[in-house]
Design a protein around this ligand. Structure first.
Ligand SMILES: NC(=O)c1ccc[n+]([C@@H]2O[C@H](COP(=O)([O-])OP(=O)(O)OC[C@H]3O[C@@H](n4cnc5c(N)ncnc54)[C@H](OP(=O)(O)O)[C@@H]3O)[C@@H](O)[C@H]2O)c1
Length: 383
């Protein structure tokens, strides 16, 4: 992914790098991976910006979480701000408001490249120019081609610009958003519950519940972090699941907080199925093509799909290389027969094995949760 400015996660942008830049203090010990001339106070401010970007309660989607700090010419903090979600002020504008007149001639440090486009709010690059700031230091280059180019706009207006400072840390705050913007599709996490012998249902088709209550509560917690829950029509027919996010008392979240329920497949479904109740929105994608399904969901502003199976749909996504992470709940139990957790992947020899990186193994109640990741351009550290 490139932006017009050439900036991206882990990649520095430098616009009009003047020798005498930033707060009047030593810059000699500040050379760190990804940037060259940020001062100590700017790096500290950027760490602060990364922390406030993560302010609890701020939604991770559809907009990225962003924090900003305004520094005066001796490196003192004169303003802070963060983005509180779609439709509210962007972090830079929030910080400029908090700095007031002290923004003139100041340095603005921000976790994401200032945007260059008019969405629900005006472009931040223009707001920074209008506020008369002297210097902008940002972490992650904007991976969204629609919004990118802010650094170049600032530099063209004569503002000193440094990008790429702590870029990888910043990209991790908005990992799925960054992935979706770069890949133009949602990040896919496949969740499965399996016995130790790799079965996801018994021989008679029954499958609820392979894992215990703690694992099921954990599923709801992680489901809530996604904006779409995807199953095949076979799972609807076999289990009639609700696919909603519910609290430990089985009370669903409010409808506008629920991920979109998505059913993929071509057969007719029972209109009385629970997935069509009014607890959450539901869409049916009458296709067998995972790529097409994901691009449709991306156009509907979905950035993180929680793929709940079943085995046929999971196999289709795995075969197409479209599973980015796996959350596997493994029960200390055996079935010996019944559906495998994943259908045929077309693997005939060991060198075709679909291997993932094990990120975490955690005991959850009486079960084990494994978190696996597929390497991506981002996790490899490329832009
Ligand atoms: N343990 C777990 O974590 C877990 C999770 C989910 C389900 N399950 C179990 O899995 C079983 C259901 O398995 P399943 O494989 O039938 O469910 P599934 O994968 O949810 O649905 C399969 C159906 O999806 C449609 N489909 C959509 N995309 C497809 C593609 N690319 N290739 C082929 N078909 C596609 C097809 O139906 P159309 O004819 O409609 O196109 C297909 O028959 C149930 O017993 C359920 O309990 C277990």
């Amino acid at each position: 992914m490139t932006t017009p400015a050439g900036a991206g996660p882990g990649r520095p942008f430098t616009g009009r790098r003047a020798p005498n830049t930033g707060p009047r203090e030593s810059r000699d010990q500040t050379r760190t991976k990804g940037f060259e001339v940020a001062s100590n106070s700017e790096i500290l401010a950027l760490s602060h910006a990364l922390t406030i970007a993560r302010t609890p309660g701020v939604p991770a989607r559809p907009n990225p979480r962003v924090g900003a700090v305004v520094l005066d010419d001796v490196g003192a903090v004169v303003g802070v701000g963060y983005h509180r979600g779609a439709g509210s002020a962007h972090a830079e504008v929030d910080a400029l408001v908090s700095a007031g007149d002290r923004a003139r001639g100041a340095t603005v440090v921000v976790s994401l490249e200032p945007c260059n486009h008019t969405g629900r709010t005006p472009p931040c690059a223009q707001a920074l120019i209008d506020a008369g700031v002297r210097r902008v230091v940002f972490a992650q280059g904007d991976p969204n081609p629609v919004a990118a180019g802010g650094a170049a706009t600032l530099a063209a207006a004569g503002i000193e610009v440094e990008g790429g400072v702590l870029a990888d840390e910043a990209a991790l705050i908005n990992e799925e958003w960054t992935f979706a913007m770069q890949e133009r599709r949602p990040f896919v996490t496949w969740k499965l519950a399996t016995t130790l012998d790799g079965r996801s249902a018994a021989a008679d088709g029954t499958s609820q519940w392979i894992t215990g209550p703690a694992a099921r509560a954990d599923v709801h917690r992680l489901r809530a972090r996604c904006d779409a829950v995807l199953v095949g029509t076979g799972t609807i027919a076999a289990d009639d699941p609700r696919l909603t996010v519910r609290d430990p008392d089985d009370v669903p979240l409010a409808r506008d907080e629920q991920p979109l329920r998505v059913v993929m497949g071509t057969r007719d479904l029972d209109s009385q199925a629970k997935v069509f109740d009014d607890t959450a929105d539901t869409t049916v994608l009458a296709t067998h093509d995972p790529k097409h399904a994901l691009s449709t969901l991306f156009t509907r502003h979905r950035q993180h799909v929680w793929l709940e199976g079943g085995p046929t749909l999971a196999a289709a996504f795995l075969r197409d290389g479209l599973v980015d992470a796996v959350v596997a709940y493994v029960a200390p139990a055996f079935l010996g027969a019944g559906r495998h957790a994943v259908a045929d992947l077309g693997v005939t020899s060991i060198d075709e094995i679909r291997r993932f990186e094990l990120v975490e193994a955690t005991r959850v109640g009486g079960d084990v949760r494994l978190i696996l990741r597929r390497e991506t351009a981002m996790t490899r550290g490329a832009g």
